[in-house]
Design a protein around this ligand. Structure first.
Ligand code: FES
Length: 595
């Protein structure tokens, strides 16, 4: 075969995606059948005649050549793919909703077999044409305890299985949340009206059977019961089919066992997790399989179908030994703009030992899949970092009750945090009585630095207001030191399991912290690196300049020493700070006024 997508290798690589599409298409055909069938049952709420008239129309669809091929083809495909899914699944640990869907799906053929044989097979091979009244009489009048209960069970299982399948497919779609309430109403309403329709229809049949012996005799003459040979043949076919089904199921389970043995001989690879745990798995299993086998919580909203991207991991070591992403994996990763070391755990089948870093917390939800993708997957970008710290914090805690200290510190964090967010930044870490903030995770460097300067000015303003409000509680007003620097850092979601959060690491962070420390030395409120002013296009030339030595930097770093951040208001450039100021004045907390 030729190389490229049409080659055999290309076909194999696209296999999972093709299988998924077939499963979805066949599932939709079957769901349409069940949906229309339930609508037909609902007509029983009008009358038995309406049900039977509806069935005639349904037969025009499903007994036509196209309808027959579509329905039986879909059943054959969906059913075969269920066996295939059972085979390729490397472990049977799964979420409850998936487990329920699987269990219900495997129960359907057992229950539907007799019904299908009695209707369609009898029609084609024994020229028996049972209609609603026959089915209703057989299930609900002649044998309600067994046949009726069985039918209700099938009814519920088929609907639930279809709805779960649709839910798992749709829940990762963008507008699912908006349409979900309407779908839920439909999912409850249709089976309810269908069941009521069945009961009404059955009641009508029962009445006719009790009051009209001729009607009943006629019914018995035209049903399967009138042809004992056909009934016996259908029963034998059912028995053979059930045995075949059980045999196929046993074969698949045996094939899983054989494969596990073969794989164990084919070599193993080690997956090393951030906490140092190493999980050994046979080659051919995915990283998500490894997590599930070892019971390590790992986000996987779509259940490993390469639809959600919540399972993504960064490969820290061994990325050179990875197989290339399959087309389906590449398609999911492309919109994230992630680099080559970011892969989908559910699709990545490592060929050698690797160490990984899951990029989403285990409890990630559908909503998280598009959340701050660059930061989640780790990226290098220019940001402005601001450190703020309370001066003389020991005085603050001396001779105070713990409650008072916590109260004052919380007021302080509120004043500083609201200043940062009003300027467009993100408070990121609270370190004792200080805070680190990041500006520019979603803006350009100029705007990021402008926002950081504006935040410094607002911090001074908010603190003045706070000091005024707490005059009675504070012996001395709270003063702070602020350091701001901008530069390339690595932004990413870091931390331990569900405690992971987006943060920044890099030299720029250390420098900003160092500048904050320098405010004590220079006895000022703010120290800003020169690069922040030039990047923001904010002239800082009026403030004293110093060149400081920073470990790791070959050249001295020029900084500006600013006595009070309030002085910055007179030095803002035309943009972007002035834009921010407008937004901030509107967003200022109640009771806080500009000087
Ligand atoms: S679990 Fe959804 S893409 Fe991997």
């Amino acid at each position: 075969m030729a190389s490229g997508d049409s080659s055999w290798a290309g076909l194999v690589r696209r296999g999972p995606s093709i299988v998924r599409r077939f499963r979805l298409a066949s599932g939709l055909v079957l769901f349409s059948y069940v949906f229309l069938h339930f609508l037909n049952h609902s007509l029983g709420n009008i009358s038995l005649e309406a049900m039977e008239r509806g069935a005639e129309y349904a037969e025009l669809i499903w007994r036509s050549r196209i309808g027959t091929v579509a329905l039986y083809g879909a059943f054959a495909i969906h059913f075969s793919l269920a066996f295939w899914a059972l085979y390729i699944r490397r472990h049977l640990r799964m979420g409850w909703i998936e487990g329920l869907r699987l269990a219900l799906g495997f129960a359907i053929p057992l229950l539907v077999l007799q019904h299908a044989l009695g209707q369609r097979f009898a029609y084609h091979y024994f020229d028996i044409h049972p209609i609603y009244r026959h089915a209703l009489y057989g299930y609900w009048v002649a044998n309600p305890q067994i046949a009726g209960v069985k039918q209700i069970t099938l009814f519920c299982i088929a609907w639930l299985h279809g709805c779960i399948g649709l839910y798992l497919w749709l829940r990762v779609k963008v507008h699912f949340r908006q349409v979900a309430p309407f779908l839920l109403i439909l999912a409850v309403l249709l089976p309810t009206t269908a069941l009521l329709g069945l009961f009404h229809g059955a009641r009508q049949v029962e009445l006719m059977a009790q009051t009209d012996p001729a009607w009943l005799a006629d019914l018995r003459k035209t049903g399967i019961a009138a042809n004992p040979a056909a009934a016996a043949a259908l029963w034998m076919i059912a028995l053979w089919s059930w045995s075949g089904y059980a045999g196929a199921l046993a074969l698949v389970l045996a094939a899983r066992g054989v494969r596990a043995l073969v794989e164990r001989r084919g070599g193993t690879v080690r997956i090393i997790y951030p906490d140092g745990r190493a999980v050994r798995i046979p080659k051919g299993l995915s990283v998500l399989d490894a997590s599930r086998r070892a019971g390590i919580p790992h986000a996987s909203v779509c259940g490993g179908r390469a639809r959600c991207s919540t399972c993504r991991v960064r490969v820290l070591l061994g990325s050179d030994r990875l197989p290339p992403p399959s087309p389906v994996e590449a398609r999911v990763l492309a919109p994230l703009g992630a680099d080559r070391a970011v892969r989908l755990a559910c699709q990545l089948k490592p060929l050698g030992d690797i160490s990984i870093w899951p990029l989403m917390p285990p409890a990630a939800t559908v909503r998280d899949q598009n959340r701050l993708d660059v930061a989640d997957s780790g990226a290098e970008r220019f940001v402005a970092i601001l450190f703020v710290d309370i001066r003389s914090s020991t005085q603050l805690v001396e001779n105070r009750l713990p409650y008072d200290v916590v109260f004052i510190l919380n007021r302080f964090f509120e004043a500083v945090g609201s200043a940062i967010t009003a300027a467009g930044g993100a408070p990121n870490q609270f370190i004792g009585d200080g805070m680190m903030a990041i500006f520019g995770t979603e803006t350009d460097p100029g705007r990021a630095c402008g926002q950081a300067l504006e935040a410094a000015r607002l911090i001074d303003w908010h603190l003045s207001e706070m000091n005024r409000a707490l005059t009675n509680e504070l012996q001395e007003p709270i003063e702070v030191g602020i350091g701001i620097h901008g530069g390339e850092v690595i932004i990413g979601t870091m931390g331990y399991r569900e405690h992971a959060q987006m943060t920044a690491i890099g030299e720029a962070v250390h420098i900003a912290s160092r500048l904050q420390d320098l405010t004590k030395e220079y006895r000022c409120q703010l120290v800003v690196s020169e690069v922040v002013g030039t990047t923001a296009d904010v002239p800082l030339g009026a403030f004293p300049r110093h060149d400081i030595q920073v470990r790791g930097l070959s050249a001295p770093l020029p900084i500006r020493v600013i006595d009070s951040a309030a002085m910055l208001a007179h030095h803002e450039g035309p943009s972007p700070s002035s834009e921010i100021e407008h937004g901030t004045r509107q967003a200022a907390p109640v009771g806080v006024h500009p000087k």
